[in-house]
Design a protein around this ligand. Sequence first.
Ligand SMILES: [Zn+2]
Length: 218
Amino acid sequence: MSTDLTELLDSNKQWAAATEAREPGFFSKLLNQQTPQYLWIGCADSRVPANDLVNLLPGELFVHRNVANVVVHSDLNCLSVMQFAVDALKVQHIIIVGHSGCGGVKAALLDQRVGVADNWIRHVQDVRNHHQEWLDSLREDQRWGALCELNVLEQARNACQTTVVQDAWARGQSVVVHGWVYGLHNGLLEDLQMTVGTHDDVVPAFHKALAAVKKRYA
Ligand SMILES: [Zn+2]
């Protein structure tokens, strides 16, 4: 096995030079501030690179990624990112982004054991169990995609219920939570219409988005 990552380091040099050539002073400007408007909470999957998919530059997107884009109320890592994004950076949008063909979701769906991540994926199994009856009513080949989308809605709802977002809304700060799913097959992001900007909107938005997902798979 090669221990040499020269290729990556060379690529980095070319990227930095091209970026600076396109916009002189790009990096020195970022030294002093970052003012992203968006927090992206997505899957760690290498096929879903956050900035690339929405064509945003460094400084424009705050990102947290984990296996199967899960938002858990006891996860200090995700909560810390959310709090910094909302309280310090004042992001206006939090986007929970799932994707089709998610391995974490598949493992949850089929009770596949993968290792330490089993304990993490347990959260997605909770989503599966919660919607088991509906998932069972679908064709077998629809269930994986459907659970990817259900997981986005549930994690977006979790994001809405965090103290970070609840406190922001309580003090009148504008933060909108969104649920999107990315298609590995076509490179397109789809808005699942789980768009929530106030405490009172959480439940109605969730049920509306859930009904839309169910309608699409009917
Ligand atoms: Zn994934």
